[in-house]
Design a protein around this ligand. Sequence first.
Ligand SMILES: *[C@@H]1O[C@H](CO)[C@@H](O)[C@H](O)[C@H]1NC(C)=O
Ligand SMILES: *[C@@H]1O[C@H](CO)[C@@H](O)[C@H](O)[C@H]1NC(C)=O
Ligand SMILES: *[C@@H]1O[C@H](CO)[C@@H](O)[C@H](O)[C@H]1NC(C)=O
Ligand SMILES: *[C@@H]1O[C@H](CO)[C@@H](O)[C@H](O)[C@H]1NC(C)=O
Length: 511
Amino acid sequence: MSFLFAWTLLCLLVCCDIGECRRRNVLLIIADDGGFETDVYNNTVVQTPHLRALSERSVIFKNAFTSVSSCSPSRSTILTGLPQHQNGMYGLHQGVHHFNSFDGVQSLPLLLNQANIRTGIIGKKHVGPGPVYPFDFAYTEETNSILQVGRNITKIKLLVRKFFQSQKVERSETEEERPFFLYVAFHDPHRCGHSQPQYGMFCEKFGNGESGMGRIPDWEPKYYSPDQVKVPYFIPDTPAARADIAAQYTTVSRLDQGVGLVLQELRDSGYENDTLVIYSSDNGIPFPNGRTNLYSSGVKEPMLVSSPEHRQRWGQVSQAYVSLLDITPTILDWFSLPHPSYSLSGARPVVLTGQSLLPALISEQSWVTVYASQSLHEVTMFYPMRSIHQGRYRLLHNMHYRMPFPIDQDFYVSPTFQDLLNRTQSGQPTGWFKTLKEYYYRERWELFDIQSDPTERRNLAGDPAYTPVLKGLRDQLLKWQWQTEDPWVCEPDAVLETKLEPQCRPLYNGL
Ligand SMILES: *[C@@H]1O[C@H](CO)[C@@H](O)[C@H](O)[C@H]1NC(C)=O
Ligand SMILES: *[C@@H]1O[C@H](CO)[C@@H](O)[C@H](O)[C@H]1NC(C)=O
Ligand SMILES: *[C@@H]1O[C@H](CO)[C@@H](O)[C@H](O)[C@H]1NC(C)=O
Ligand SMILES: *[C@@H]1O[C@H](CO)[C@@H](O)[C@H](O)[C@H]1NC(C)=O
Protein backbone atom coordinates (compact mmCIF):
# COMPACT_ATOMS: atom_id res chain seq x y z
CA MET A 1 0.00 0.00 0.00
CA SER A 2 1.48 3.34 -0.99
CA PHE A 3 1.86 6.06 1.59
CA LEU A 4 -0.59 8.32 -0.20
CA PHE A 5 -3.14 5.55 -0.43
CA ALA A 6 -2.80 4.70 3.27
CA TRP A 7 -3.12 8.35 4.18
CA THR A 8 -6.28 8.73 2.11
CA LEU A 9 -7.76 5.65 3.71
CA LEU A 10 -7.05 7.07 7.13
CA CYS A 11 -8.57 10.36 6.05
CA LEU A 12 -11.78 8.71 4.93
CA LEU A 13 -12.12 7.23 8.37
CA VAL A 14 -11.02 10.03 10.66
CA CYS A 15 -11.04 13.37 8.83
CA CYS A 16 -14.62 13.98 9.83
CA ASP A 17 -13.41 14.17 13.43
CA ILE A 18 -11.15 17.04 12.40
CA GLY A 19 -14.31 18.71 11.17
CA GLU A 20 -13.77 19.53 7.51
CA CYS A 21 -14.21 16.21 5.76
CA ARG A 22 -17.82 15.56 4.74
CA ARG A 23 -19.33 12.18 4.36
CA ARG A 24 -19.34 11.14 0.74
CA ASN A 25 -21.16 8.36 -1.11
CA VAL A 26 -21.85 7.53 -4.75
CA LEU A 27 -24.98 6.35 -6.53
CA LEU A 28 -24.31 5.34 -10.15
CA ILE A 29 -27.38 4.70 -12.30
CA ILE A 30 -26.87 3.16 -15.74
CA ALA A 31 -29.67 2.58 -18.23
CA ASP A 32 -29.41 -0.29 -20.74
CA ASP A 33 -29.37 0.91 -24.36
CA GLY A 34 -30.92 4.19 -23.18
CA GLY A 35 -30.62 7.33 -25.26
CA PHE A 36 -32.15 10.75 -25.48
CA GLU A 37 -35.79 9.74 -25.06
CA THR A 38 -36.32 12.35 -22.37
CA ASP A 39 -37.33 15.96 -22.20
CA VAL A 40 -34.03 16.60 -20.37
CA TYR A 41 -32.55 16.36 -23.88
CA ASN A 42 -35.43 18.22 -25.49
CA ASN A 43 -37.52 15.27 -26.61
CA THR A 44 -40.83 16.88 -25.67
CA VAL A 45 -42.94 13.79 -26.37
CA VAL A 46 -41.57 11.34 -23.81
CA GLN A 47 -42.63 12.11 -20.27
CA THR A 48 -39.72 11.60 -17.86
CA PRO A 49 -40.47 13.80 -14.83
CA HIS A 50 -38.03 11.96 -12.57
CA LEU A 51 -35.07 12.35 -14.90
CA ARG A 52 -36.16 15.96 -15.29
CA ALA A 53 -36.09 16.43 -11.49
CA LEU A 54 -32.63 14.85 -11.30
CA SER A 55 -31.41 17.11 -14.13
CA GLU A 56 -32.47 20.17 -12.14
CA ARG A 57 -29.94 19.10 -9.50
CA SER A 58 -27.28 18.14 -12.06
CA VAL A 59 -24.95 19.39 -14.70
CA ILE A 60 -26.42 18.09 -17.97
CA PHE A 61 -23.69 16.96 -20.35
CA LYS A 62 -24.70 17.49 -23.94
CA ASN A 63 -21.57 15.87 -25.39
CA ALA A 64 -21.11 12.66 -23.42
CA PHE A 65 -19.87 9.56 -25.24
CA THR A 66 -19.26 5.94 -24.50
CA SER A 67 -15.87 4.64 -25.63
CA VAL A 68 -17.48 1.43 -26.94
CA SER A 69 -20.96 0.71 -28.25
CA SER A 70 -21.59 -2.68 -26.69
CA CYS A 71 -22.95 -3.69 -23.33
CA SER A 72 -20.29 -5.70 -21.44
CA PRO A 73 -17.35 -3.83 -22.95
CA SER A 74 -18.99 -0.52 -22.01
CA ARG A 75 -19.76 -1.63 -18.46
CA SER A 76 -16.17 -2.81 -18.08
CA THR A 77 -14.90 0.62 -19.13
CA ILE A 78 -17.29 2.34 -16.70
CA LEU A 79 -15.98 0.17 -13.86
CA THR A 80 -12.27 0.33 -14.75
CA GLY A 81 -11.63 3.56 -16.64
CA LEU A 82 -9.76 1.41 -19.19
CA PRO A 83 -10.89 0.94 -22.82
CA GLN A 84 -12.07 -2.55 -23.80
CA HIS A 85 -8.85 -3.35 -25.67
CA GLN A 86 -6.88 -2.65 -22.48
CA ASN A 87 -9.05 -4.33 -19.82
CA GLY A 88 -9.73 -7.43 -21.98
CA MET A 89 -13.55 -7.30 -22.14
CA TYR A 90 -13.60 -7.38 -25.96
CA GLY A 91 -17.23 -8.44 -26.29
CA LEU A 92 -20.28 -9.70 -24.44
CA HIS A 93 -19.78 -11.57 -21.20
CA GLN A 94 -22.71 -14.04 -21.24
CA GLY A 95 -23.08 -17.44 -22.83
CA VAL A 96 -20.85 -18.52 -25.70
CA HIS A 97 -19.40 -15.03 -26.05
CA HIS A 98 -17.71 -15.46 -22.68
CA PHE A 99 -15.57 -12.33 -22.65
CA ASN A 100 -13.88 -11.32 -19.40
CA SER A 101 -11.51 -8.66 -18.17
CA PHE A 102 -7.93 -9.62 -17.36
CA ASP A 103 -7.40 -11.08 -13.89
CA GLY A 104 -4.96 -8.32 -12.99
CA VAL A 105 -7.34 -5.41 -13.66
CA GLN A 106 -7.82 -3.23 -10.58
CA SER A 107 -11.42 -2.19 -11.04
CA LEU A 108 -13.31 0.58 -9.29
CA PRO A 109 -15.25 -1.77 -6.96
CA LEU A 110 -11.99 -3.53 -6.08
CA LEU A 111 -10.23 -0.25 -5.23
CA LEU A 112 -13.21 1.05 -3.26
CA ASN A 113 -13.39 -2.21 -1.40
CA GLN A 114 -9.73 -1.91 -0.44
CA ALA A 115 -10.41 1.63 0.77
CA ASN A 116 -13.15 0.36 3.10
CA ILE A 117 -16.02 1.72 1.01
CA ARG A 118 -19.08 -0.53 0.91
CA THR A 119 -20.06 -1.55 -2.62
CA GLY A 120 -23.45 -2.66 -3.92
CA ILE A 121 -24.87 -3.62 -7.30
CA ILE A 122 -28.52 -4.06 -8.21
CA GLY A 123 -29.50 -5.10 -11.73
CA LYS A 124 -27.42 -5.94 -14.76
CA LYS A 125 -23.77 -6.78 -14.01
CA HIS A 126 -22.71 -8.44 -17.27
CA VAL A 127 -18.98 -8.23 -16.51
CA GLY A 128 -16.48 -10.66 -15.07
CA PRO A 129 -14.55 -12.46 -13.78
CA GLY A 130 -16.08 -12.26 -10.29
CA PRO A 131 -12.85 -11.49 -8.39
CA VAL A 132 -12.12 -8.50 -10.67
CA TYR A 133 -15.55 -6.98 -10.00
CA PRO A 134 -16.33 -7.71 -6.33
CA PHE A 135 -19.41 -6.22 -4.66
CA ASP A 136 -20.36 -6.54 -0.98
CA PHE A 137 -24.06 -6.50 -1.80
CA ALA A 138 -25.18 -8.00 -5.11
CA TYR A 139 -28.56 -8.72 -6.69
CA THR A 140 -27.80 -9.31 -10.36
CA GLU A 141 -28.63 -11.62 -13.26
CA GLU A 142 -26.01 -14.01 -11.88
CA THR A 143 -28.35 -15.10 -9.07
CA ASN A 144 -31.74 -13.58 -9.96
CA SER A 145 -34.12 -13.11 -12.86
CA ILE A 146 -32.92 -10.08 -14.83
CA LEU A 147 -36.56 -9.06 -15.33
CA GLN A 148 -36.94 -8.79 -11.56
CA VAL A 149 -33.68 -7.06 -10.62
CA GLY A 150 -33.43 -5.05 -13.83
CA ARG A 151 -36.98 -4.12 -14.85
CA ASN A 152 -39.31 -4.66 -11.89
CA ILE A 153 -39.00 -1.21 -10.35
CA THR A 154 -40.86 -2.22 -7.18
CA LYS A 155 -38.35 -5.00 -6.63
CA ILE A 156 -35.48 -2.60 -7.39
CA LYS A 157 -36.88 -0.07 -4.92
CA LEU A 158 -37.05 -2.74 -2.19
CA LEU A 159 -33.48 -3.86 -2.89
CA VAL A 160 -32.21 -0.29 -2.69
CA ARG A 161 -34.05 0.05 0.61
CA LYS A 162 -32.43 -3.17 1.81
CA PHE A 163 -28.99 -1.84 0.88
CA PHE A 164 -29.52 1.36 2.88
CA GLN A 165 -30.99 -0.54 5.83
CA SER A 166 -27.95 -2.81 5.94
CA GLN A 167 -25.72 0.31 5.92
CA LYS A 168 -27.47 1.40 9.10
CA VAL A 169 -27.35 -2.02 10.72
CA GLU A 170 -23.60 -1.97 10.18
CA ARG A 171 -23.39 1.47 11.80
CA SER A 172 -25.35 0.38 14.85
CA GLU A 173 -23.13 -2.67 15.25
CA THR A 174 -19.75 -1.07 14.70
CA GLU A 175 -20.51 2.60 15.51
CA GLU A 176 -18.94 3.37 12.17
CA GLU A 177 -20.73 3.73 8.90
CA ARG A 178 -18.65 3.08 5.83
CA PRO A 179 -19.17 5.32 2.80
CA PHE A 180 -20.94 3.50 -0.01
CA PHE A 181 -20.84 3.06 -3.76
CA LEU A 182 -24.19 1.79 -5.02
CA TYR A 183 -24.49 0.87 -8.69
CA VAL A 184 -28.08 0.50 -9.94
CA ALA A 185 -28.01 -0.95 -13.44
CA PHE A 186 -31.48 -1.00 -14.97
CA HIS A 187 -32.16 -3.49 -17.78
CA ASP A 188 -34.67 -0.97 -19.20
CA PRO A 189 -35.05 0.16 -21.93
CA HIS A 190 -33.24 -2.77 -23.59
CA ARG A 191 -35.06 -4.77 -26.27
CA CYS A 192 -36.53 -8.14 -25.35
CA GLY A 193 -38.15 -9.21 -28.62
CA HIS A 194 -35.46 -11.86 -29.18
CA SER A 195 -35.64 -13.36 -25.67
CA GLN A 196 -39.11 -12.73 -24.16
CA PRO A 197 -41.29 -11.65 -27.10
CA GLN A 198 -44.42 -12.37 -25.04
CA TYR A 199 -43.73 -9.10 -23.19
CA GLY A 200 -43.40 -7.02 -26.37
CA MET A 201 -40.42 -5.74 -28.33
CA PHE A 202 -39.04 -3.69 -25.41
CA CYS A 203 -40.66 -5.68 -22.59
CA GLU A 204 -43.06 -2.75 -22.50
CA LYS A 205 -45.88 -5.04 -21.35
CA PHE A 206 -43.97 -6.71 -18.51
CA GLY A 207 -45.78 -5.87 -15.28
CA ASN A 208 -48.44 -3.65 -16.87
CA GLY A 209 -51.26 -5.54 -15.12
CA GLU A 210 -52.81 -7.02 -18.27
CA SER A 211 -53.64 -10.71 -18.33
CA GLY A 212 -50.45 -12.81 -18.17
CA MET A 213 -48.17 -9.78 -17.79
CA GLY A 214 -48.06 -9.58 -14.00
CA ARG A 215 -48.08 -6.27 -12.19
CA ILE A 216 -45.36 -3.94 -11.05
CA PRO A 217 -47.20 -2.05 -8.29
CA ASP A 218 -45.13 1.15 -8.59
CA TRP A 219 -45.31 1.48 -12.36
CA GLU A 220 -47.86 3.60 -14.12
CA PRO A 221 -47.22 2.83 -17.81
CA LYS A 222 -47.30 5.71 -20.26
CA TYR A 223 -48.48 4.96 -23.77
CA TYR A 224 -47.57 6.71 -27.01
CA SER A 225 -48.95 6.41 -30.49
CA PRO A 226 -46.66 5.75 -33.46
CA ASP A 227 -47.61 9.02 -35.15
CA GLN A 228 -46.58 10.94 -32.05
CA VAL A 229 -42.98 9.70 -31.68
CA LYS A 230 -39.88 11.60 -32.73
CA VAL A 231 -37.91 9.54 -35.23
CA PRO A 232 -34.18 10.29 -34.88
CA TYR A 233 -32.38 11.05 -38.14
CA PHE A 234 -30.64 7.66 -38.16
CA ILE A 235 -33.82 5.54 -37.97
CA PRO A 236 -35.98 4.87 -41.06
CA ASP A 237 -39.22 6.80 -40.83
CA THR A 238 -41.59 3.88 -41.43
CA PRO A 239 -44.69 2.59 -39.63
CA ALA A 240 -42.65 -0.39 -38.35
CA ALA A 241 -39.95 1.83 -36.84
CA ARG A 242 -42.51 4.20 -35.35
CA ALA A 243 -44.33 1.35 -33.61
CA ASP A 244 -40.95 0.11 -32.34
CA ILE A 245 -40.10 3.56 -30.93
CA ALA A 246 -43.52 3.91 -29.28
CA ALA A 247 -42.88 0.63 -27.42
CA GLN A 248 -39.41 1.86 -26.43
CA TYR A 249 -40.94 5.07 -24.99
CA THR A 250 -43.32 3.04 -22.78
CA THR A 251 -40.33 1.13 -21.39
CA VAL A 252 -38.56 4.45 -20.81
CA SER A 253 -41.50 5.41 -18.56
CA ARG A 254 -40.66 2.41 -16.37
CA LEU A 255 -36.99 3.40 -16.29
CA ASP A 256 -37.88 6.98 -15.41
CA GLN A 257 -40.23 5.97 -12.61
CA GLY A 258 -37.61 3.50 -11.38
CA VAL A 259 -35.03 6.30 -11.21
CA GLY A 260 -37.58 8.30 -9.21
CA LEU A 261 -38.06 5.45 -6.73
CA VAL A 262 -34.31 4.95 -6.28
CA LEU A 263 -33.78 8.67 -5.64
CA GLN A 264 -36.71 8.69 -3.19
CA GLU A 265 -35.07 5.86 -1.24
CA LEU A 266 -31.83 7.86 -1.18
CA ARG A 267 -33.73 10.86 0.18
CA ASP A 268 -35.75 8.88 2.72
CA SER A 269 -32.57 7.27 4.05
CA GLY A 270 -31.01 10.68 4.60
CA TYR A 271 -28.20 10.29 2.08
CA GLU A 272 -29.24 12.85 -0.52
CA ASN A 273 -26.92 15.57 0.78
CA ASP A 274 -23.87 13.28 0.92
CA THR A 275 -24.20 11.42 -2.35
CA LEU A 276 -22.83 12.07 -5.81
CA VAL A 277 -25.40 10.78 -8.32
CA ILE A 278 -24.39 9.93 -11.88
CA TYR A 279 -26.90 8.89 -14.55
CA SER A 280 -25.91 7.60 -17.98
CA SER A 281 -26.30 4.63 -20.32
CA ASP A 282 -23.96 1.99 -21.68
CA ASN A 283 -24.27 2.48 -25.46
CA GLY A 284 -26.43 3.79 -28.29
CA ILE A 285 -30.04 2.78 -28.81
CA PRO A 286 -30.71 -0.59 -30.52
CA PHE A 287 -31.64 0.76 -33.95
CA PRO A 288 -29.83 0.94 -37.33
CA ASN A 289 -26.62 3.02 -37.07
CA GLY A 290 -27.01 2.94 -33.27
CA ARG A 291 -25.68 0.29 -30.88
CA THR A 292 -22.50 -1.53 -32.10
CA ASN A 293 -21.52 1.50 -34.22
CA LEU A 294 -18.96 4.18 -33.43
CA TYR A 295 -20.93 6.82 -35.31
CA SER A 296 -22.37 9.56 -33.05
CA SER A 297 -25.70 7.72 -33.02
CA GLY A 298 -23.97 4.69 -31.51
CA VAL A 299 -21.82 6.39 -28.90
CA LYS A 300 -23.54 9.57 -27.73
CA GLU A 301 -25.00 9.15 -24.24
CA PRO A 302 -27.14 11.04 -21.80
CA MET A 303 -25.08 12.07 -18.75
CA LEU A 304 -26.27 13.81 -15.60
CA VAL A 305 -23.90 14.45 -12.72
CA SER A 306 -25.49 15.66 -9.50
CA SER A 307 -23.32 16.71 -6.59
CA PRO A 308 -24.88 18.06 -3.39
CA GLU A 309 -21.60 19.92 -2.78
CA HIS A 310 -21.54 21.66 -6.15
CA ARG A 311 -24.83 23.47 -6.55
CA GLN A 312 -23.53 26.41 -8.56
CA ARG A 313 -24.17 24.78 -11.94
CA TRP A 314 -27.29 22.77 -11.15
CA GLY A 315 -29.61 22.66 -14.15
CA GLN A 316 -26.95 23.99 -16.53
CA VAL A 317 -26.02 22.36 -19.82
CA SER A 318 -22.31 21.69 -20.37
CA GLN A 319 -20.82 21.48 -23.87
CA ALA A 320 -17.62 19.82 -22.63
CA TYR A 321 -16.77 16.49 -24.27
CA VAL A 322 -16.87 13.77 -21.64
CA SER A 323 -16.56 10.01 -21.77
CA LEU A 324 -17.76 7.03 -19.79
CA LEU A 325 -14.00 6.47 -19.29
CA ASP A 326 -14.28 9.50 -16.97
CA ILE A 327 -16.60 7.78 -14.49
CA THR A 328 -13.90 5.83 -12.65
CA PRO A 329 -11.58 8.87 -12.34
CA THR A 330 -14.55 10.97 -11.15
CA ILE A 331 -15.54 8.53 -8.43
CA LEU A 332 -11.92 8.06 -7.29
CA ASP A 333 -11.60 11.85 -7.13
CA TRP A 334 -14.86 12.18 -5.15
CA PHE A 335 -13.47 9.73 -2.57
CA SER A 336 -9.97 11.36 -2.74
CA LEU A 337 -8.46 8.04 -3.78
CA PRO A 338 -5.46 7.81 -6.10
CA HIS A 339 -5.36 5.36 -8.97
CA PRO A 340 -2.76 2.75 -8.02
CA SER A 341 0.38 2.28 -10.04
CA TYR A 342 0.44 -1.20 -11.57
CA SER A 343 1.06 -2.89 -14.88
CA LEU A 344 -1.14 -5.27 -16.86
CA SER A 345 1.36 -6.17 -19.56
CA GLY A 346 4.40 -6.32 -17.33
CA ALA A 347 5.80 -3.41 -19.28
CA ARG A 348 4.47 0.11 -18.80
CA PRO A 349 2.16 1.11 -15.94
CA VAL A 350 -1.56 1.45 -16.59
CA VAL A 351 -2.66 5.07 -16.91
CA LEU A 352 -6.23 6.30 -16.92
CA THR A 353 -6.81 8.40 -20.02
CA GLY A 354 -10.12 9.73 -18.71
CA GLN A 355 -10.41 12.54 -16.20
CA SER A 356 -12.45 13.55 -13.19
CA LEU A 357 -15.64 15.42 -14.10
CA LEU A 358 -15.78 17.29 -10.80
CA PRO A 359 -14.13 20.47 -12.23
CA ALA A 360 -17.01 20.69 -14.74
CA LEU A 361 -19.42 20.91 -11.82
CA ILE A 362 -17.72 24.16 -10.77
CA SER A 363 -17.16 25.85 -14.12
CA GLU A 364 -17.44 25.09 -17.82
CA GLN A 365 -14.41 23.16 -19.11
CA SER A 366 -12.95 23.35 -22.60
CA TRP A 367 -12.63 19.57 -23.03
CA VAL A 368 -12.88 18.76 -26.73
CA THR A 369 -11.51 15.25 -27.26
CA VAL A 370 -12.92 11.76 -26.73
CA TYR A 371 -11.74 8.36 -27.99
CA ALA A 372 -13.55 5.13 -28.79
CA SER A 373 -12.51 1.56 -29.36
CA GLN A 374 -14.63 -1.42 -30.38
CA SER A 375 -13.52 -4.96 -31.23
CA LEU A 376 -16.56 -7.25 -31.03
CA HIS A 377 -20.08 -7.47 -29.64
CA GLU A 378 -21.17 -11.08 -30.01
CA VAL A 379 -18.26 -13.49 -30.51
CA THR A 380 -19.00 -13.71 -34.25
CA MET A 381 -19.01 -9.93 -34.69
CA PHE A 382 -15.34 -9.13 -35.09
CA TYR A 383 -15.16 -5.68 -36.61
CA PRO A 384 -12.40 -3.67 -34.94
CA MET A 385 -12.83 0.11 -35.06
CA ARG A 386 -11.07 2.98 -33.33
CA SER A 387 -12.09 6.61 -33.31
CA ILE A 388 -11.23 10.06 -32.11
CA HIS A 389 -13.74 12.87 -31.87
CA GLN A 390 -12.19 16.27 -31.45
CA GLY A 391 -14.15 19.49 -31.67
CA ARG A 392 -16.03 19.48 -34.95
CA TYR A 393 -14.30 16.40 -36.40
CA ARG A 394 -14.91 12.70 -35.88
CA LEU A 395 -12.41 10.27 -37.40
CA LEU A 396 -13.12 6.54 -37.58
CA HIS A 397 -10.70 3.79 -38.46
CA ASN A 398 -12.54 0.71 -39.74
CA MET A 399 -9.68 -1.77 -39.73
CA HIS A 400 -11.55 -4.65 -41.33
CA TYR A 401 -13.46 -2.49 -43.75
CA ARG A 402 -13.49 -5.12 -46.48
CA MET A 403 -15.80 -7.30 -44.41
CA PRO A 404 -19.51 -6.50 -44.19
CA PHE A 405 -20.44 -4.78 -40.94
CA PRO A 406 -21.78 -7.50 -38.61
CA ILE A 407 -25.33 -7.67 -37.23
CA ASP A 408 -26.32 -8.95 -33.80
CA GLN A 409 -29.15 -11.39 -32.96
CA ASP A 410 -31.28 -9.06 -30.92
CA PHE A 411 -31.15 -6.23 -33.47
CA TYR A 412 -31.64 -8.58 -36.42
CA VAL A 413 -35.13 -9.69 -35.31
CA SER A 414 -36.24 -6.16 -34.42
CA PRO A 415 -39.24 -4.94 -36.43
CA THR A 416 -37.27 -1.90 -37.61
CA PHE A 417 -34.46 -3.95 -39.11
CA GLN A 418 -36.73 -6.65 -40.53
CA ASP A 419 -38.73 -3.94 -42.24
CA LEU A 420 -35.54 -2.36 -43.58
CA LEU A 421 -34.39 -5.72 -44.95
CA ASN A 422 -37.76 -6.39 -46.56
CA ARG A 423 -37.96 -2.98 -48.14
CA THR A 424 -34.40 -3.16 -49.43
CA GLN A 425 -34.91 -6.61 -50.87
CA SER A 426 -38.17 -5.74 -52.59
CA GLY A 427 -36.91 -2.38 -53.84
CA GLN A 428 -39.37 -0.25 -51.90
CA PRO A 429 -38.38 3.12 -50.42
CA THR A 430 -36.70 2.47 -47.07
CA GLY A 431 -37.24 5.87 -45.45
CA TRP A 432 -33.64 5.57 -44.24
CA PHE A 433 -30.81 8.08 -44.60
CA LYS A 434 -28.40 5.55 -46.11
CA THR A 435 -28.59 2.28 -47.99
CA LEU A 436 -28.03 -1.11 -46.48
CA LYS A 437 -25.06 -1.54 -48.82
CA GLU A 438 -23.44 1.63 -47.52
CA TYR A 439 -24.10 0.45 -43.99
CA TYR A 440 -22.45 -2.92 -44.53
CA TYR A 441 -19.47 -1.71 -46.57
CA ARG A 442 -17.51 1.18 -45.12
CA GLU A 443 -14.37 3.03 -46.05
CA ARG A 444 -11.25 2.32 -44.06
CA TRP A 445 -11.08 5.92 -42.83
CA GLU A 446 -14.18 8.01 -42.24
CA LEU A 447 -13.78 11.68 -41.39
CA PHE A 448 -16.85 13.76 -40.64
CA ASP A 449 -17.32 17.44 -39.91
CA ILE A 450 -20.17 17.15 -37.46
CA GLN A 451 -20.75 20.88 -37.43
CA SER A 452 -21.66 21.13 -41.12
CA ASP A 453 -22.69 17.45 -41.43
CA PRO A 454 -24.25 16.34 -38.12
CA THR A 455 -25.69 13.15 -39.64
CA GLU A 456 -22.20 12.02 -40.73
CA ARG A 457 -22.98 11.42 -44.36
CA ARG A 458 -20.05 13.12 -46.15
CA ASN A 459 -16.76 11.29 -45.71
CA LEU A 460 -13.99 13.88 -46.04
CA ALA A 461 -11.12 11.42 -45.59
CA GLY A 462 -10.30 11.37 -49.30
CA ASP A 463 -10.59 15.14 -49.77
CA PRO A 464 -7.10 16.69 -50.14
CA ALA A 465 -8.34 19.85 -48.39
CA TYR A 466 -8.69 17.79 -45.21
CA THR A 467 -5.37 15.93 -45.38
CA PRO A 468 -3.85 17.96 -42.51
CA VAL A 469 -6.94 17.37 -40.31
CA LEU A 470 -6.90 13.67 -41.13
CA LYS A 471 -3.19 13.34 -40.41
CA GLY A 472 -3.39 15.27 -37.14
CA LEU A 473 -6.28 13.17 -35.83
CA ARG A 474 -4.75 9.91 -37.02
CA ASP A 475 -1.53 10.67 -35.14
CA GLN A 476 -3.42 11.49 -31.95
CA LEU A 477 -5.52 8.36 -32.23
CA LEU A 478 -2.41 6.21 -32.69
CA LYS A 479 -0.79 7.90 -29.71
CA TRP A 480 -3.81 6.99 -27.56
CA GLN A 481 -3.71 3.40 -28.86
CA TRP A 482 -0.03 3.06 -27.86
CA GLN A 483 -0.70 4.72 -24.51
CA THR A 484 -3.52 2.28 -23.74
CA GLU A 485 -1.56 -0.75 -25.00
CA ASP A 486 -3.95 -1.54 -27.83
CA PRO A 487 -3.08 -4.98 -29.32
CA TRP A 488 -4.68 -3.74 -32.59
CA VAL A 489 -2.38 -0.71 -32.87
CA CYS A 490 -0.70 -1.95 -36.08
CA GLU A 491 -3.82 -3.29 -37.82
CA PRO A 492 -4.61 -3.96 -40.61
CA ASP A 493 -1.40 -3.54 -42.62
CA ALA A 494 1.24 -4.53 -40.10
CA VAL A 495 1.93 -6.90 -37.24
CA LEU A 496 2.62 -5.74 -33.72
CA GLU A 497 5.83 -7.25 -32.41
CA THR A 498 5.73 -6.64 -28.68
CA LYS A 499 9.00 -8.11 -27.53
CA LEU A 500 11.97 -5.87 -26.84
CA GLU A 501 10.88 -2.55 -28.33
CA PRO A 502 7.18 -2.80 -29.39
CA GLN A 503 6.87 -1.95 -33.06
CA CYS A 504 4.73 -2.42 -36.18
CA ARG A 505 6.26 -4.70 -38.83
CA PRO A 506 4.83 -4.23 -42.34
CA LEU A 507 2.80 -6.89 -44.18
CA TYR A 508 2.81 -5.49 -47.74
CA ASN A 509 -0.80 -6.64 -48.06
CA GLY A 510 -1.85 -3.75 -50.26
CA LEU A 511 -4.07 -2.01 -47.67
C1 LIG B 1 -32.59 22.18 -25.25
O1 LIG B 1 -32.95 23.25 -26.08
C2 LIG B 1 -32.56 24.51 -25.57
C3 LIG B 1 -33.18 25.58 -26.46
O2 LIG B 1 -32.83 25.35 -27.79
C4 LIG B 1 -31.04 24.58 -25.54
O3 LIG B 1 -30.62 25.82 -25.02
C5 LIG B 1 -30.51 23.45 -24.66
O4 LIG B 1 -29.10 23.44 -24.70
C6 LIG B 1 -31.05 22.11 -25.09
N1 LIG B 1 -30.68 21.12 -24.09
C7 LIG B 1 -29.99 20.04 -24.37
C8 LIG B 1 -29.63 19.15 -23.21
O5 LIG B 1 -29.63 19.72 -25.49
C1 LIG C 1 -42.48 -7.06 -8.93
O1 LIG C 1 -41.95 -7.17 -7.64
C2 LIG C 1 -42.93 -7.11 -6.62
C3 LIG C 1 -42.18 -7.11 -5.29
O2 LIG C 1 -41.28 -8.17 -5.24
C4 LIG C 1 -43.89 -8.28 -6.77
O3 LIG C 1 -44.88 -8.19 -5.80
C5 LIG C 1 -44.51 -8.23 -8.15
O4 LIG C 1 -45.32 -9.36 -8.36
C6 LIG C 1 -43.43 -8.20 -9.22
N1 LIG C 1 -44.04 -8.00 -10.53
C7 LIG C 1 -43.76 -8.79 -11.59
C8 LIG C 1 -44.43 -8.44 -12.87
O5 LIG C 1 -42.97 -9.70 -11.54
C1 LIG D 1 -29.71 19.26 2.39
O1 LIG D 1 -29.05 20.48 2.20
C2 LIG D 1 -29.92 21.57 1.96
C3 LIG D 1 -29.09 22.81 1.65
O2 LIG D 1 -28.02 22.94 2.54
C4 LIG D 1 -30.82 21.77 3.17
O3 LIG D 1 -31.73 22.79 2.91
C5 LIG D 1 -31.59 20.47 3.43
O4 LIG D 1 -32.33 20.59 4.61
C6 LIG D 1 -30.61 19.32 3.59
N1 LIG D 1 -31.37 18.07 3.70
C7 LIG D 1 -31.14 17.20 4.67
C8 LIG D 1 -31.99 15.99 4.65
O5 LIG D 1 -30.28 17.35 5.50
C1 LIG E 1 -40.63 -9.26 -43.92
O1 LIG E 1 -40.90 -10.23 -44.90
C2 LIG E 1 -41.17 -11.51 -44.36
C3 LIG E 1 -41.29 -12.49 -45.54
O2 LIG E 1 -42.10 -11.96 -46.52
C4 LIG E 1 -42.44 -11.46 -43.52
O3 LIG E 1 -42.69 -12.72 -42.95
C5 LIG E 1 -42.22 -10.44 -42.42
O4 LIG E 1 -43.43 -10.27 -41.68
C6 LIG E 1 -41.79 -9.10 -42.97
N1 LIG E 1 -41.42 -8.27 -41.86
C7 LIG E 1 -41.76 -7.00 -41.77
C8 LIG E 1 -41.32 -6.29 -40.54
O5 LIG E 1 -42.36 -6.42 -42.65
